[in-house]
Unconditional design. Structure first.
Length: 333
């Protein structure tokens, strides 16, 4: 034992100072999140996310959300027009905390009775919920058979399928889930690709500050009427100088022309021709497609369709001097 002890004067062996060799230590496994919290989004933002997905597909000519609150959407939330092959595809967005097989069947039923059935070659559902449940999978297969029988392709994209697409979309993840989720979900390399790109929170702050800047700028250059009587008086805020319309009306074409009189009535028609021309100058019927009333904090809701009489001025080329409302032609939707 004493022979194994190295004398101090001999020194320490060099192998004790070298790094370890044949290291068999396993590195720690760190798995990134594989599914994004889609249900944390508002339903408006989830629809926008679905639209970004559709617009990212190949050969899309145009795509947009379909309808607003209060309008009939015929079982869809957005549509896309594809170039190759030329076709329409429609989507329904379901931001639900719970999804059942009955929800799938009801969505298909609503689509099949809507007007987009005849125009569409594919119907797809995008949901923030998972679709791995056995009952949901069976319902998807049954719905697919119903639609394929009428020549319509069917697909359901759940949280897993949408998250797989987002893995390679760091800018979209940044817009909807914030910058920390880009690093956690897409990786450090994806985060570096964003560079100096502004995230959603910074853009929102920038827009608020830009709004304040323009309000101050316009108020200083145009204080409004009445002009303050003395320097230092507070001007009328820009947003208070305008009244937001509460009633919106959309005009259509002229009302259908009445049938021409027969030969027996031509004599009487010639006698009253001057009177008719005079009446036509005073009142020309114009179809009013619909009237919408805006409630505070809510979008416009369709009220009814009517027809109005537009009374043009006797001078050619001038704008109508007045509009008289006709009480006939009420048609409630």
């Amino acid at each position: 034992m004493a022979d194994d002890i190295w004398p101090e004067e001999v020194g320490v062996p060099t192998w004790l100072e070298t790094p370890a060799t044949n290291v068999g230590i396993t590195l720690p496994t760190v798995t990134r999140p594989q599914i994004l919290p889609l249900n944390d989004l508002t339903w408006e933002n989830f629809e926008r996310l679905c639209l970004r997905y559709v617009r990212g597909r190949a050969h899309v000519l145009r795509s947009q959300l379909y309808g607003v609150k209060g309008q009939a959407q015929h079982g869809i939330d957005l549509y896309a027009r594809f170039a190759v092959p030329a076709r329409y595809e429609v989507y329904q967005c379901k931001k639900l905390s719970e999804l059942t097989g009955d929800d799938i069947q009801r969505a298909v039923d609503k689509f099949l009775v809507g007007k987009w059935r005849a125009e569409s070659k594919a119907f797809r559902i995008m949901t923030a919920h998972g679709i791995e449940d056995a009952k949901i999978s069976e319902s998807i297969e049954a719905a697919g058979e119903r639609l394929e029988a009428v020549g319509i392709e069917f697909e359901v994209l759940g949280a897993s399928q949408i998250s797989v697409w987002l893995k390679d979309q760091p800018s979209v993840v940044d817009d909807f889930f914030s910058r920390p989720w880009v690093e956690a979900f897409c990786g450090v390399g994806a985060l570096q690709q964003l560079g100096k790109r502004l995230n959603a929170a910074v853009v929102a702050d920038y827009r608020r500050e830009l709004k304040r800047f323009y309000e101050v700028l316009f108020n200083n250059h145009d204080p409004g009427i009445p002009v303050p009587t003395k320097i230092g008086d507070q001007e009328i805020p820009l947003r208070d100088r305008f009244v937001t319309p509460e009633v919106y009306a959309s005009l259509g074409g002229s009302l259908p022309v009445r049938e021409a009189p027969n030969k027996d009535s031509q004599v009487q028609a010639s006698d009253s021709q001057a009177v008719d021309e005079s009446d036509q100058r005073r009142s020309t019927p114009v179809a009013l497609q619909e009237i919408r009333i805006r409630s505070h904090g809510l979008p416009c809701g369709r009220l009814f369709r009517r027809s109005i009489h537009r009374r043009p001025s006797t001078r050619s080329g001038s704008r109508p001097s007045s509009m008289a409302d006709s009480t006939r032609g009420h048609s409630f939707p």
